[in-house]
Ligand binder design. Structure first.
Ligand code: ADP
Ligand code: MG
Length: 737
């Protein structure tokens, strides 16, 4: 039976939970017919009062019941002693009772026939071991009763579909309806998030604060939103991923139809495990998240602010077809800032067509610049903006337009906004290309016209996102372009690799594990594993005596390299254990003696198994290929610049497995030093196909030989195109899976 990775099932494996049932099970949360607030309070400042008030003032479309053990009336509504005592069964109960009373409340809900609960109460896993134990009991009770649960320790859930119109949160911020869905793990940040969204003119289809996500997770929500006709864009604020493999499959599928923006807070997942290989040291705890999100097509943002900036563009404007942007301005400074930022965000400023330039020249003063960025200078009036916007949008070499305006007088802002709209309407390309503004006069970022943003009704003008700073506009557009590029990227496939001898590789690892337990393989064992997976290594002879070494050198041919062989001292350079370009017997014996002497001086000579002898390799580019295993993300394959200073440069990228041919090629193009691979200073390009092949083989090794815990191939000499690659040095750490 073929083995797959213990953590990440094969890419196209069926998902563990069948989707229709997950989405269906969430209906009672998103579309309840009736709601009870358990712990509804008479005190206006309390959570139990706020949520009841929000449900009523938000216009929930079904009946709402107040449950209070003492009061008879809450918020002018008759209150009931228990859910079971309500005059009719309810679909959803919102629990705002102290943690100590939660199990009794769930039992009451069960008796009352409730299908789902939202637990706003805190005092669970976020408080420590005791709270975590209570949370486990809560979750068990909820599952036992066949209910779904959001929370505990959350802000609640909001669903703006007019047929439901449910604000089951205790937030005081009014929320606008729209086509953005959001899941937030942090209850505390939820309030800030709603404020931000408002500022950026974003309207929500639904918003779920999942809190401690004891039951409903962001994975469940991704399933729900995938088929939600009211949602076009998904925002995630996550602290961790419960089931990364499942997330990856769901997100990858969803992102094809609806962009996903995510802020993942930096909290370490993997913890601080002592890392012994270069790959593991370089991976840290962030590499898995980065790789997971990138491969799934999720647009990762560093901050909430950046997420909302990008969201205001993606929610309101079409995706750009490409990365060519035109800028029009009435002031030079902000346009220069914007131009620089565009370059940094992977956007380009194309030359405008001669026709566009001539048409601009017709109405702009001689001092104006009609090349990109178009500087209409301070005298530019509203009609000039309107004409320029139309012309630039219609230029065939332009995919997106950023309009910058510094008002000379305050009252100009509204005029300009109208002119920009008029220009857009006059363009032949109409609303097909994204338009962003940077109206520096406006109080803040958000939408160009607050009026327009409040629209959403039929016939209301479209929302044009406005940015406080030109750099923010460029950054948001860069994100949109990244998504366009991801959508255009072929999915790739996990190719069949010739000559994999899985059993031989496992046998070599197993023999070492049985003999010596967890640890580093000896050079000869490393050679067996790599040979079994068809990884092209330099001939490497393990020699136990100086005479052996001399004989091996003679057989391999001069010059040779002699290295310390040890299964404990694996960073050889640190032990002065690498002697290159040795041209005769005397040099080989000298290298042996020198290595011995260094170890003897440190009292470690017993750890010298002997030396390895290799041919001396010249030419090519030193790269590294590695493998490590992340406790939550599974195998991570690394590619980077190689040599003895890899950790110093940290120029490494990671991907999760399974790795496709497209992933592998993308890795080669993602390191900072990627130009080294295409040939520098007249040098020939390296053999990319051979490098990609080794990456794919290492990824397969990760999946098929679980005993390999960590692996460094460093350096991997990438030779000129057609000449392949050669692994000069390899170490493998084995551990029982
Ligand atoms: P370690 O990583 O344990 O310090 P390596 O075997 O990687 O030891 O050797 C250190 C450096 O020596 C390599 O990065 C490479 O530049 C050089 N080197 C190693 N083996 C050879 C070889 N066979 N031919 C040429 N240079 C080599
Ligand atoms: Mg090395």
């Amino acid at each position: 039976m073929p083995l797959t990775s213990p953590i990440l099932p094969a890419r196209d494996a069926p998902s563990p939970s069948s989707e229709p049932s997950t989405a269906a099970s969430l209906e009672s949360l998103f579309r309840p017919r009736s709601i009870a607030v358990v712990g509804a309070s008479r005190r206006p400042e309390s959570v139990g009062h706020a949520v009841l008030r929000n449900l009523v003032t938000g216009g929930f479309q079904g009946p709402v019941f107040a449950v209070n053990t003492r009061a008879d009336v809450v918020l002018s509504m008759p209150a009931y002693r228990s859910v079971a005592a309500l005059p009719q069964p309810v679909d959803l109960a919102i629990l705002v009772v102290p943690a100590t009373a939660i199990l009794a409340a769930v039992e009451d809900c069960r008796r009352g026939g409730v299908r789902a609960v939202i637990v706003l109460s805190a005092g669970f896993a976020e408080t420590g071991a005791e709270g975590a134990a209570l949370q486990d009991r809560l979750t068990a009770a909820v599952r036992e009763a066949g209910m779904r649960m959001v929370g505990p320790n959350c802000l609640g859930l909001l669903h703006t579909d007019p047929a439901v119109s449910m604000n089951a949160t205790f937030a005081s911020t009014p929320v606008r309806s729209g086509r953005v869905a959001m899941s937030s793990q942090s209850g505390a940040l939820a309030l800030v998030i709603l404020e931000y969204a408002r500022e950026f003119g974003l309207g929500f289809s639904s918003y779920v604060s999942i809190g401690n996500r004891a039951d409903v997770s962001s994975n469940d929500l991704l399933e729900y939103w995938a088929d939600d006709p009211l949602t076009d864009l998904v925002l995630l604020y996550a602290e961790s991923f419960g089931n990364p493999g499942h997330f990856s499959r769901l997100a990858r599928r969803l992102a094809r139809r609806k962009p996903i923006l995510a802020v993942k807070s930096g909290r370490s997942l993997a913890g601080q495990r002592a890392a012994s290989s270069h790959t593991a040291a370089l991976a840290g705890s962030e590499a898995g998240t980065e790789a997971l999100l990138r491969q799934a097509g999720v647009l990762r943002m560093d901050t909430l602010e950046q997420m909302f900036e990008a969201a205001s563009l993606l929610a309101h404007q079409p995706l750009p077809a490409g990365s060519r942007v035109a800028i029009v301005t009435n002031a030079g400074g902000p346009a220069i800032l914007c131009t620089d930022a565009c370059a940094g965000d992977g956007l380009s400023l194309p030359e405008l067509s001669p026709a566009t330039q001539a048409a601009l020249r017709e109405f702009l003063p001689p001092a104006a610049s009609v090349t990109n960025p178009v500087d209409m200078i301070a005298t530019a009036d509203a009609p000039a903006y309107a004409r320029a916007v139309a012309l630039l949008l219609d230029d065939e070499d332009v995919d997106a337009l950023i309009v910058i305006h510094i008002p000379v007088r305050r009252e100009e802002a509204a005029l300009m906004a109208a002119a920009i709209r008029a220009g857009r309407a006059a363009a032949r390309t109409g609303a097909a290309k994204p338009l962003l503004t940077c109206m520096l006069s406006e109080a803040g970022s958000g939408t160009m016209e607050a009026e327009a943003a409040r629209g959403g009704a039929a016939g209301a003008p479209e929302v044009i996102p406005n940015f406080r700073f030109p750099e923010s506009a460029a950054r948001a557009l860069g994100v949109a372009c990244r998504h366009t590029a991801w959508l255009a990227r072929p999915e790739g496939r996990v190719p069949d690799l010739a000559g994999l001898h899985v059993e031989a590789a496992r046998a070599a690892c197993d023999a070492a594990l049985s003999a010596r337990g967890e640890g580093w393989l000896r050079p000869d064992e490393v050679g067996e594993v790599l040979a079994a997976f068809g990884v092209p290594s330099l001939p490497t002879r393990l020699c136990r005596t100086p005479d052996d070494a001399v004989a091996a050198a003679a057989r391999l041919g001069w010059p040779v390299v002699v290295k310390l062989a040890s299964d404990t001292l694996v960073h050889k350079t640190e032990w002065k254990g690498v002697h290159v370009d040795l041209r005769d017997e005397r040099a080989v014996r000298g290298a042996w003696d020198a290595i011995r002497a260094t170890l003897a001086a440190a009292g470690r000579q017993a750890e010298m198994l002997g030396v390895t002898v290799q041919p001396f390799a010249t030419g090519g580019v030193e790269t590294m290929i590695g493998l490590t295993r992340d406790p939550s993300f599974g195998p991570l394959v690394a590619f980077g610049l190689g040599g003895t200073a890899v950790e110093l440069f940290g120029d490494v990228v990671f991907r999760i497995t399974p790795l496709t041919d497209v992933d592998a090629e993308e890795m080669l193009g993602s390191i900072r030093a990627r130009k080294l691979l295409t040939g520098v200073r007249g040098g020939p390009p390296v053999d990319r196909a051979a490098l990609a092949d080794v990456l794919l083989r290492v990824a397969r090794l990760a999946e098929l030989v679980p005993e390999v815990a960590e692996l460094d191939l460093n350096p991997v000499r990438a030779l000129p195109e057609g000449q392949g690659v050669a692994v000069l040095d390899a170490r493998i750490l084995v551990r029982r899976p």
